[in-house]
Write a protein that binds this ligand. Structure first.
Ligand SMILES: CC(C)(COP(=O)(O)OP(=O)(O)OC[C@H]1O[C@@H](n2cnc3c(N)ncnc32)[C@H](O)[C@@H]1OP(=O)(O)O)[C@@H](O)C(=O)NCCC(=O)NCCS
Length: 189
């Protein structure tokens, strides 16, 4: 059965025109991941999450099972970030499992652009709620999510991702009329 393209973007398809020059002045593009991106995806993940990077086989299997749910930032030579988001089988809830921007590219709006594209796709799919986990001390990520309307649900969940791995759970409702706006509003993480 043919899958509507607007529901599941084709792997590797650009979601945007080149929009940003990286530090080498190469235009950055946000697009769906491809199998050829695996080594770069692994490199970026290890750079951004040195303490608990995804093992190769986990990224490999994420790509196999829901590669249409991984967006990457590409300058034509290397990747500078990615986001991985997965919707539950009932289609109601999406979890953002990982969001990463290379250290030398932070503070330029790239994390927000990745998240806005995720929210745009999820709204089109009529997903009701977006959830994610974040370290309680990760101020940059928490501010980013808050700026998109996410709010913490409950307090800190002790050992949520294993011993010593406390997490906040942040939630954004995507009900009618609510939208990811740049202003204030209501995975590893
Ligand atoms: C969190 C992360 C993805 C943010 O990416 P980024 O591209 O630097 O973020 P942006 O430039 O898009 O910033 C968007 C908003 O986030 C907030 N923000 C980003 N960096 C911040 C910082 N260092 N301190 C406070 N707020 C910050 C701000 O609200 C900012 O909006 P503003 O620029 O209008 O003030 C990036 O820091 C990162 O990869 N960190 C390591 C991995 C990680 O923590 N991932 C999230 C796991 S839950």
């Amino acid at each position: 059965m043919a899958v509507p393209e607007e529901r599941f973007p084709v792997l590797g398809r650009r979601t945007d025109q080149a929009f940003f020059a990286d530090s080498s002045d190469r235009p950055l593009t946000m697009r769906g991941v491809t199998e050829a991106d695996l080594p770069e995806l692994l490199r970026v993940d290890r750079e951004v999450f040195p303490d608990d990077p995804y093992p190769y086989f986990v990224l490999r299997q994420h790509l196999d099972v829901h590669g249409d749910r991984i967006l990457v930032l590409d300058d034509g030579e290397c990747l500078h970030g990615y986001v991985l988001f997965v919707t539950t089988s009932d289609g109601y809830v999406c979890w953002v499992l990982s969001l990463a921007v290379s250290a030398d590219q932070r503070g330029r709006g790239l994390g927000k652009r990745l998240m806005l594209e995720v929210l745009r796709q999820l709204r089109r799919e009529r997903v009701r709620e977006v959830r994610l986990t974040v370290e309680p001390t990760n101020a940059a990520a928490i501010m980013l999510y808050r700026s998109l309307g996410f709010a913490a649900e409950g307090g800190v969940f002790r050992d949520y991702l294993g011993p010593g791995e406390d997490r906040l759970i942040m939630v954004l409702g995507l009900g009618s009329g609510m939208g990811p706006g740049p202003g204030p509003g209501p995975g590893r993480g």
